[in-house]
Design a protein around this ligand. Structure first.
Ligand code: BGC
Length: 934
């Protein structure tokens, strides 16, 4: 029997508490917000046990001075009695292009006020309007590229414009965008640190613009604006377009247009109160620079001998540069666009994006530098560097060379046994950078900027002598979402699986949730995203990131109302545009984000599209029996254990009905909730009628069929669930062997496998799978050197290497950084550690750890004896650790942030003293808690 021997609230001396962690629209002090009613949120920090908020006040002002004077000219909502630590703006209409300053204070249960928070600020972009500057281009006289076999890699263009202002500038805000990807420069320096701006959208419908506050760099007198614009997703190679022959002339490039374009709108305010707008126009000058090619997939080429010097500085001689032209003056280029589903004439000349919105998320940045661990000579002049970690991003090259010496840089995630880079899995992504030295005797340093690679190994060729280790530094690059978790446990392999998943997320969060960072794909596959969204939200604050991507998802809805299989949707591929479990991301991702953040905007903003999707799905399957809905990816990458599409569809339809009903209730759409609950009941009844046998077994009898039935709650009665789970356990056992875990689930079945095993009383089995080093398992990958999550269970096997049993797999599709199987971290956090939202946004927390009871028969691993983890929730940090002690008791410690409560559930079966099932649930408040369980 469980006995709580000791339950103490560690009380520290009373201290003033503070209001901290302020965010607006899920970002800290952003520049360029175009939301007219942004959401503000904050946290309470302090050691006061039970600290909670009873009231708050927010001040929003149009200048720092006004706010410093304790005033608020935009919004002062007075003292509002409320426990909620977030509010949607309801003050005066927010002015555009303005620095907004705000702060919050809160009151605790004793009526004491916190000090005012530190002042926060953000800069509004254009609210209720959009930039209207003309788009410009270089005069593009090259013919449309038609040769599918030959790469066409145009040089990026450098643009510049010197301007003079005789008045004193008090504010300079620039809005900029490109059809392509661009960097903004001012007075000889790059502005900001973002890569791949303005991100990937369907440019024919919508593009983002970025806002830059240039006030402090702007000088009185002369200033020069500059920009470099490369092809990017707009005009360059996209995904597997070249491989399969999509796009105009089947080349896989120019997917949205022929010639990149630039738009800059500079808003100046002067000290005499006047304002001026300066925009791109044909007075801007344009030239090529040292980059002779720059493609997101193919790589970048740079001839350092052709560097332009201070090209974005004042007084630069641009007399040899050409004049830019209005982008439309490059004329119409109508071509036939070819993909799997269409051959259709489209305009590839300039089409102005009808909608421009401020970029709503953290930009892609370099977030870490990784020094090379070793370098080896492959053959004379060719050296391979190992970073020791599979990453996505770039390198910094630091070498000494002779003028004109050509260094070729190639990238790989793995090495062949003979030490060669394994690049077969890149398919048509050339992923090669070229650097031509200028011959600086002090050495030279370079990083590409308009490309990205997925790699652990870097090959340099063209060297005359062995380079030092410092010749290559890895630059880790991803959407800069703040990290929000940590996990460690007694089994280092399990800890590494967690870290590998986080690394895989970092490798794939490049403006959108891509499937992989290395091969010619890198698309926002919706199935992968829905599987992983909840895990992602544990690892990092991904709210703003998904706010962006959900727009791209909605932009790509089919005429029938179906969400697509990837977003953005550059071309149609596969059996259909949509598909079961992939399209369902349109429901599941908003639900996951709502749970993680407590913000209903994730579904409010998309509700009409979501309900339309549900109706379209119902129209496709009026009897609610499950039907082949779209592309038949099914339980993708399972191990010879297929589950019929119709069956998966039935379960997933039920899953999204349940989630829609929950969201409808939370969003005040009661009738719709009832409607989805009705559908759910019918789907469950059909499951019983067609798939469930009397003994609890299921037809079809794949492992994933069982897992999905349980995960999608096709069965709700605990006894029935256990009976069905027993069959799953037998199935696993029947396939298990001395060298095999017995797991055969794919993308859809793997994520819920451990959760349903734990839920139905098979936690030790779940743990033994988690800790296993046998094939297939997460541990097998780690045992074989993985530092990221692999696409397939057999991406590499000791038996067949990279090629799979037929030797062909690698060249077809074999990424070593693919996050879907990494979704096991959700179970690690929610179940093994036991930190989950009991109410959306962790306004109530569920602390429900699951301890191992014994070593399962088929594992040779020591059961996990301690874990230590945390998650930075919207309310603040939740930290949990548990540890088995020498006397057999268990020390459990949890830290609950202020302004929440937690339901703490100790295990149903006492860990080491008894088999008697018992649930112990209690409510604990903010503060540190410590229990010893015998
Ligand atoms: C991607 C997947 C994706 C799948 C669809 C693959 O090429 O890499 O992760 O979900 O296609 O089946």
């Amino acid at each position: 029997m469980i006995r709580i021997l000791f339950a103490a609230l560690l009380t520290l001396p009373l201290q003033a508490y503070e209001t901290t962690g302020l965010q607006v629209e899920h970002r800290s002090n952003p520049v360029g917000l175009d939301d007219s009613e942004p959401r503000f949120q904050w946290q309470l920090t302090g050691d006061e046990p039970g600290l909670s908020q009873t009231a708050y006040q927010i001040l929003v002002a149009s200048s720092a001075e006004i706010l410093a004077g304790g005033k608020a000219d935009l919004w002062d909502n007075g003292k509002v009695a409320s426990p909620f630590s977030h509010v949607t703006y309801a003050g005066k209409v927010l002015p555009s292009t303005t620095g907004i300053h705000w702060k919050v204070r809160t009151w605790n249960a004793d009526g004491e006020a916190s000090p005012w928070s530190e002042d926060q600020h953000f800069t509004t972009a254009l609210i209720g309007s959009q930039p209207s500057a003309p788009w410009i281009s270089f005069k593009d006289t090259t013919p449309f590229h038609k040769d599918r076999q030959k790469l066409h890699l145009p040089a990026p263009r450098y643009y510049r414009k010197q301007l003079s202002t005789d008045k004193k500038v008090t504010r300079a805000i620039a809005y900029a965008s490109a059809l392509g990807i661009y960097e903004l420069h001012l007075n000889g320096e790059r502005v900001g640190d973002a890569y791949f701006a303005p991100g990937w959208t369907n440019y024919r419908k919508r593009a983002y613009y970025n806002a830059y506050d240039l006030t402090s760099q702007f000088q009185q007198g002369e200033n020069t604006l500059g920009a470099i614009v490369a092809d990017g997703w707009y005009a360059g190679y996209v995904a597997y377009g070249k491989l399969v022959g999509y796009g105009p002339f089947k080349t896989g490039r120019n997917i949205y247009g022929k010639t990149p374009a630039l738009m800059v709108q500079l808003e100046l305010s002067y000290d005499d109160g006047s304002t001026e707008t300066i925009t791109t126009d044909s007075s801007w000058k344009v030239a090529t620079g040292p980059e002779f090619e720059a493609d997101f997939l193919m790589g970048e080429g740079y001839d350092a001998r052709k560097e332009l010097g201070a090209w974005s500085g004042n007084g630069y001689d641009d007399s040899k540069w050409q004049n830019a032209i209005p982008a439309a003056d490059n004329g119409s280029h109508k071509q036939v666009f070819i993909d799997r589903f269409k051959k259709e004439e489209q305009e590839f000349g300039f089409v102005e994006p009808p909608v421009l919105q401020a970029y709503p998320a953290q930009p892609v940045r370099i977030t870490e530098e990784i020094p090379a661990e070793s370098v080896s000579e492959l053959k004379p002049g060719t050296f391979v560097f190992d970073l020791g970690q599979n990453i996505a991003g770039l390198i910094r090259l630091q070498i000494k060379g002779e003028a004109g010496q050509k260094i070729t840089i190639r990238y790989g995630e793995m090495l062949h046994p003979d030490g060669r880079l394994m690049t077969e899995n890149l398919r048509e992504a050339r992923s090669t950078d070229i650097y031509i030295c200028k011959g600086d005797s002090k050495g030279e340093s370079w990083s590409p900027r308009f490309t990205s690679h997925g790699f652990q190994f870097v090959e340099l060729s063209g060297l005359k002598e062995k380079p030092p280790l410092t010749a290559v530094t890895g630059l880790v690059m991803h959407s800069d979402t703040p990290f929000s978790s940590g996990f460690e446990c007694s089994d280092p392999l399990v800890t590494q699986v967690y870290n590998n998943a986080v690394w895989t997320q970092r490798g794939n969060w490049i403006d959108l949730p891509t499937d992989c960072p290395q091969r010619d794909e890198r698309m926002g596959w919706t199935g992968d995203a829905q599987i992983y969204a909840a895990s992602a939200a544990y690892h990092a604050d991904v709210a703003a990131f998904f706010k962006k991507w959900l727009r791209e998802l909605e932009d790509a809805i089919t005429p029938e109302g179906y969400y697509p299989s990837y977003a953005p949707y550059p071309f149609g591929h596969g059996g259909a545009i949509h598909g079961t479990a992939w399209s369902d991301a349109g429901i599941i991702v908003p639900h996951s984000l709502w749970q993680a953040t407590g913000n209903t905007v994730f579904f409010d903003a998309h509700w009409p599209a979501m309900t339309r999707y549900m109706e379209a799905r119902k129209k496709h399957d009026p009897e609610l029996e499950g039907s082949a809905f779209g592309a038949p990816w099914g339980d993708w990458l399972n191990v010879d254990d297929e589950t019929p599409h119709e069956y998966i569809d039935l379960c997933y339809f039920a899953k999204i009905c349940q989630q829609m009903a929950e969201m409808a209730e939370a969003g005040g759409h009661g009738d719709e909730a009832a409607r989805y609950r009705d559908w759910l009941a019918t789907l469950r009844a059909n499951f019983r009628a067609h798939h469930l046998q009397e003994d609890g077994s299921i037809e079809p009898s794949s492992q994933s069929a069982y897992v999905l039935a349980l995960d999608c709650n096709m069965l709700t009665d605990p006894a029935e669930r256990r009976a069905t789970a027993d069959h799953l356990v037998k199935l696993l056992a029947s396939k298990a062997g001395p060298e095999n875990t017995g797991m055969s689930t794919g993308f859809l079945g793997t994520k819920p496998l451990l959760p349903v095993l734990t839920d139905t009383g098979h936690h030790d089995l779940a743990l033994s799978l988690m800790q296993s080093r046998k094939f297939p398992s997460w541990g097998y990958e780690v045992k074989n050197g993985a530092t990221t999550i692999w696409e397939r269970w057999n991406s590499y096997t000791e038996e067949h290497g990279f090629g799979g049993a037929d030797g062909k797999m690698n060249a077809a599709m074999n990424s070593f950084s693919h996050y879907a199987f990494g979704a096991v971290t959700e179970w690690m956090m929610s179940t093994l550690v036991g930190i989950a939202p009991a109410e959306p946004g962790y306004s109530k927390i569920l602390l429900h750890p699951h301890f191992p009871t014994k070593s399962s028969d088929d594992t040779d691993q020591e059961p996990i004896s301690w874990v230590k983890a945390h998650h930075d929730s919207p309310q603040g940090r939740i930290a949990v650790s548990w540890k088995r002690q020498d006397d057999g008791s268990l020390l459990y410690e949890a830290s609950v942030p202020p302004n929440t409560t937690a339901e703490l559930i100790l295990p149903e079966t006492s860990p080491w003293t008894s088999d008697e099932p018992q649930t112990k649930s209690q409510e604990v408040g903010p503060g540190q808690h410590r229990f010893i369980v015998k």
